[in-house]
Design a protein around this ligand. Structure first.
Ligand code: NIG
Ligand code: FE
Length: 416
C-alpha cells in the first residue's frame, strides 16, 4: 500500500472542469461532468479520472484512504484569486458610516479607509498578523478554497510591506491552503506623500521592488489604479518596471471611475485585471484579445452598494472571467464563496456553470497556475471539494449557505 493514496468514488457527479488553460466565452459553460465519477490521487497528484468502474479497474494498488462520495458532487478545489487576508485591525465604524450614506472614496479622502488599516497593520506584531491571517484561511478552507492569493498593501513602507509578505510565507508553510503572494505597495498614497504621488512611485520602484524581487517575496505586482489614488500613467510606470524585473502583473482597475485600467492591463500583458465595474467596451475587447483574465469581485460591489461588473457582456465578448472574494478589512469584509456564487448567478447574469468555471480553472489562470490546479485532470494537484449535495447546481440554489462537506488538499483530507 503506497503512502498518500486516496480514492474518491461513487460521486453523483464528478465535475472535472477539465482543461489546462483559461476558458473564454461560450467554453465557460462546459464543465465536463462524469456521472458516477471517481478520482485516484497518489502522493498529492491526480493519477486517474473516470467513472467509478473505470478507475476501480485501473487502480494500481489498494488505496490508503477511500472516500465514498455517493449522493455528492465532487469538484476541483476553489481558487480565491484576489484577497487581502493579512491585515491588522478592523473598520466596522466605517461600515456604519457607509450605511448612513458616506461613500468609500469620501471616507478615504478624509484620511480613513485603507490608511486606517495601514496604521493598524504597522502596529500589529508578526504573531498577531500570523494568527489572524491563519484563522481567515481556516474559514476560506471551509468554503472549499484550496489556493488563495494574498496581497500586501497595508504597509505602504519598506518594513511593513515586507512584514506582510513574510507573514504570508509563514502561514503558507503551516496551512493546507496554498498562498500566492502579490506585492501591492501602491495600494494608497501614504499621508507623508500626499500630493507627491510620483515620488511615492519612485520610492516603491527604487527602494522596495528590488528587495521584493531579490528575495522572491511576491510573484505578482498590483496597483490601485483609480481616480485620486494612482493614475494610469503612474500605474504604467510602476507595472512596466515590475515586469522588467520579472514580476507578473495584476491591477485594481476601473473600480469606481472609468480610467482606462482595463486598456492598460491589455497593453502591459497583465495576467488579470480586477474589479472592472466601470470597464469600457474597448477595454473589455482589448482584454479579450490579449487573454487578460477579468477577475470580478461581486462581494465588494455588494458591500459598497455599487452596480455589478458586466460579467454577461464580458463573457459574450470572449473574455475569460474569474470570480474572487476580495476579502479585506474595508470595501469587503467577506470571504464567503456562497455569497460570491449567489451574486454572480442572481445579479450578474452568470449561469451556475460559468460561475463554477470562474472559481476553478479561470481562477487558476488568474494566478497563472492553470497547468497545475483548477481542474480534476491527471497530473494536477489533488485539490478536491466534496459537496453535501448531488450537484453543483445546489451551490447557488442554497443561497448564501455553505454546501461544502469535505475538502481534500494535495490528496489529504483537510476539512471534514
Ligand atoms: O480591492 N480597491 C482597493 N483595494 C481594496 C480595498 C481595500 C480596503 O478598503 O482596505 C479592494 O476593494
Ligand atoms: Fe482588492
Amino acid at each position: 500500500m503506497k503512502k498518500g493514496t486516496v480514492f474518491i468514488k461513487n460521486a453523483a457527479e464528478l465535475v472535472t472542469c477539465s482543461g489546462f488553460g483559461p476558458k473564454f466565452g461560450k467554453a465557460m459553460e462546459e464543465l465536463h461532468i462524469i456521472p458516477n465519477g471517481a478520482v485516484y490521487i497518489e502522493d498529492g497528484i491526480i493519477q486517474i479520472v473516470g467513472t467509478t468502474e473505470e478507475v476501480e479497474r485501473k487502480l494500481p494498488q489498494s488505496p490508503e484512504q477511500v472516500i465514498d462520495a455517493a449522493g455528492k458532487a465532487v469538484l476541483p478545489g476553489f481558487i480565491d484569486s484576489h484577497t487581502h487576508f493579512v491585515f491588522g485591525g478592523y473598520r466596522a465604524e466605517e461600515f456604519s458610516w457607509r450605511l448612513r450614506g458616506d461613500s468609500y472614496m469620501e471616507i478615504m479622502e478624509r484620511g480613513g479607509g485603507i490608511i486606517n488599516s495601514v496604521r493598524a497593520t504597522k502596529e500589529a506584531s508578526r504573531e498577531e498578523l500570523f494568527k489572524a491571517g491563519k484563522k481567515r484561511l481556516d474559514s476560506m478552507l471551509s468554503f472549499g478554497v484550496t489556493t488563495a492569493e494574498g496581497k500586501s498593501g497595508y504597509g505602504l513602507d519598506y518594513e511593513t510591506e515586507i512584514k506582510q509578505l513574510e507573514v504570508m510565507d509563514e502561514i503558507d508553510r503551516v496551512h493546507p491552503i496554498d498562498v500566492v503572494k502579490t506585492f501591492l505597495g501602491a495600494h494608497a498614497v501614504p499621508k507623508e506623500y500626499k500630493g507627491r504621488e510620483d515620488e511615492f512611485i519612485d520610492f516603491i520602484i527604487e527602494k522596495v521592488l528590488p528587495e521584493i524581487v531579490e528575495r522572491n517575496l511576491a510573484e505578482f505586482c498590483d496597483i490601485f489604479c483609480e481616480k485620486n489614488v494612482f493614475s494610469v500613467e503612474q500605474s504604467r510606470r510602476l507595472l512596466s518596471k515590475a515586469k522588467e524585473m520579472g514580476m507578473k502583473l495584476k491591477l485594481h482597475a476601473d473600480e469606481i471611475v472609468q480610467l482606462g485600467g482595463a486598456e492598460l492591463a491589455a497593453e502591459l500583458g497583465a495576467v488579470s485585471a480586477d474589479h472592472l465595474l466601470q470597464a469600457s467596451d474597448q477595454g473589455i475587447a482589448a482584454m479579450a484579445e490579449k487573454g487578460v483574465i477579468a477577475t470580478l469581485l461581486p462581494n465588494t460591489a455588494f458591500s459598497l452598494r455599487e452596480h455589478y461588473a458586466r460579467a454577461r457582456y464580458m463573457i459574450d465578448h470572449h473574455c475569460a472571467v474569474a470570480l474572487a472574494t476580495d476579502l479585506n478589512p474595508g470595501s469587503c469584509f467577506s470571504e464567503s464563496i456562497p455569497l460570491t456564487f449567489a451574486l454572480a448567478t442572481l445579479y450578474m447574469g452568470m449561469s451556475p456553470e460559468e460561475a463554477v468555471t470562474a472559481l476553478t480553472i479561470n481562477a487558476a489562470a488568474a494566478v497563472d497556475r492553470a497547468d497545475t490546479i483548477g481542474s480534476i485532470d491527471a497530473g494536477k494537484k489533488g485539490d478536491i471539494v466534496i459537496l453535501e449535495f448531488p450537484s453543483y447546481k445546489y451551490i447557488p440554489y442554497h443561497v448564501g449557505v455553505n454546501t461544502v462537506e469535505k475538502v481534500v488538499k494535495n490528496g489529504r483530507l483537510v476539512f471534514d
